[in-house]
Design a protein around this ligand. Sequence first.
Ligand code: T1G
Length: 708
Amino acid sequence: HASPEQPFNLGGSDVADTQSGVTDLKVEDGIAIVTVNNPPVNALGAAVRDGVAARMREAAADPATEAVVLICAGRTFFAGADITEFGKPPKGIPLGELVTLIEDMPKPVVAAIHGTALGGGLEMALGCHYRVAVPSARVGLPEVKLGILPGAGGTQRLPRIVGVERALEMITSGEHVPAPKAKEAGLIDELAPEEGLRQAALDFAKRLVAEGKGPRKVRDLSDKVEAARGKPEVFADFAKANARRFRGFEAPAACIEAVKAAVELPFEQGIAKERDLFLKLVAGTQSKAQRYVFFAEREVRKIPDLPDDTPTLPVNSVGIIGAGTMGGGIAMNFLNAGIPVTIVEMKQEALDRGLSVIRKNYEASAAKGRLKPEDVEKRMSLITGTLDFEALSTPDLVIEAVYENMDIKKDVFRRLDKIAKPGAILASNTSYLNVDEIASVTSRPESVIGMHFFSPANVMKLLEVVRAEKASKEVVATAVKLAPKIGKIGVLVGVCYGFVGNRMLAERQREANRLVEEGAMPWDVDRVLYEFGLPMGPFAMSDLAGLDIGWSRETSKGETLREKLCEMDRRGQKTGAGFYDYDANRKATPSPIVEQMVLDHSKQKGITRRQISDAEILERLIYPMINEGAKILEEGKAIRASDIDMVWINGYGWPVYRGGPMFYADTVGLENVLARMEQWEREIGPEFRPSDLLRRKVEAGETFTGAA
Ligand code: T1G
């Protein structure tokens, strides 16, 4: 599709020639063509809205104009309201009023859609009387992903065209619907040739005039909303069926309420209801968090000393060492992007198992309809398994995913250094270890970098790109730019133990274990984090991963709860018991055995247990993470606070509606975090010493993100 470099070829020179930032009107054979050009995505900022309103009024007043075509230059039709305007004093004609102005035009208005008509963009198209699109176009109402809902009539007009159920799905998921499917749903009237949208829209408008077809207002269509009248269960059932997906979010429930208003209320009152719900959400913390995340996801690509035009190296082939869980998951990311992979193992049996797991994962996706069967074969055809280490002499990028042990990794890199082709990028998937030390055993430290994938590597979006000291700018820029190409959010981090994510996780883990010794039960800690919005707490996570990772009977000292559980063969879900007891369906219940073990454990350590409130549990788990994040920023191991938040949202499932640990700290108030850390430093120990940056921020009355 179109990209910033190659604007979509709409056909007709005038569209391409429209000056940036203006809204142009030209009349051809009685058809007024209103062209908008507001790069990069034709966001509906105040100037654009006022421009379109003025052109529409001109077209309405011009007796020579019999119909109107609304089209955008550049990459895409309107991609929505201008999100940067939110939270600022309103300027220009409100979007809802502009949509109504278009709908009330005395002459038929045709929307000509390419790229993505999203949010306010689709609402503009719904204000038009007819819609023509190229097959590659996509339409949607993704406001819910910003913690809001369509605020310019989308919740009232969409159900009138596609029906209530489909509208509920589209508005609460924010999905992008391809134009051909949108046409089947009645959203698009005609598909235009990819290279001839402008002419097709013009011809469509001329036919309307020739056939005497005037404006067709969506607001007047009522049969689909009337059909749902008197069936309140439709909305209750939808909410129930999606409760898990909506857990913790405020916007989806408001979306449902707005669509319900489209069914139960006259149009104008439905619009008023939508407005009320929108204003409440847009002012709320959740929407601020989700808008912050939208921009943070794009900020991560911006590296101060690596301008956009930094040269990069080609990555047309990838070698992976190790076909275990990580190696196989990593391979899938490249296969999904159509990049061939050579995967190397030491034993045939491990190689065969690794390849069969990859195939099974794809077949499972195909079984769920997420992948066409032919794509399974296509992806599997791109991977070559071998025991021959020499096969790594050709790939542009080699990633080792071997056992997390420095000596083993050094040995692998010594061997790689001897055979990898000149200029190849040599990456380690290490989650903690010092990448500078790994680079030091090679003759090409400028080519060595960390690429830390998160398990399951084919699912988690986070990729920590670890910037080794001697890595060249080209190698770093290549790895950062590679991330979005393989569907990852790539965050550039510095070399330190655990980089950003796991270094902060260690703080939470230590406090989780301490809280259980002091008086909480493992299930209390898990519940508090689950209710906060994380997918699961640390103890449930340990049971899932297996308590015996890195544990062995020979070396076990039987001191920690985890070691004691392993010694009792309570190794987690896989043994039916760990911190929790599991039934045949792996449903977890708190274990009386573990409860007794915890009480004994505290006694053994001479700790008098106490009742610990949920609030204290939450603070003790999260504030030390925030403090560690501040240290990471101070040490320059992350470029910006929002990068740390990207790590936690995309690597650990931190709830997007809370913006990430650093954004959350801003909502709590840094002075409160500081006060607690000082209290615990006095009461518990020096590990709670507040970071200098945290202290400085509080003294200066500053925040980490400036977005809360
Ligand atoms: N407002 C302001 N800036 C935007 C923007 C928007 N809506 N969409 C994108 N940008 C910027 C983005 O920050 C980036 O900036 C550049 O454009 C390219 O974006 C009333 C209230 C359209 C699919 O949620 O999904 O309408 O980093 O890197 O990958 O009901 O942008 O270059 O400086 O993402 O090709 C609803 C959001 C708004 C769509 C293109 N609309 N945008 O993806 O490029 S709320 C959305 C996207 C609303 C009404 C409500 C994607 C894209 P920079 P990009 P891309």
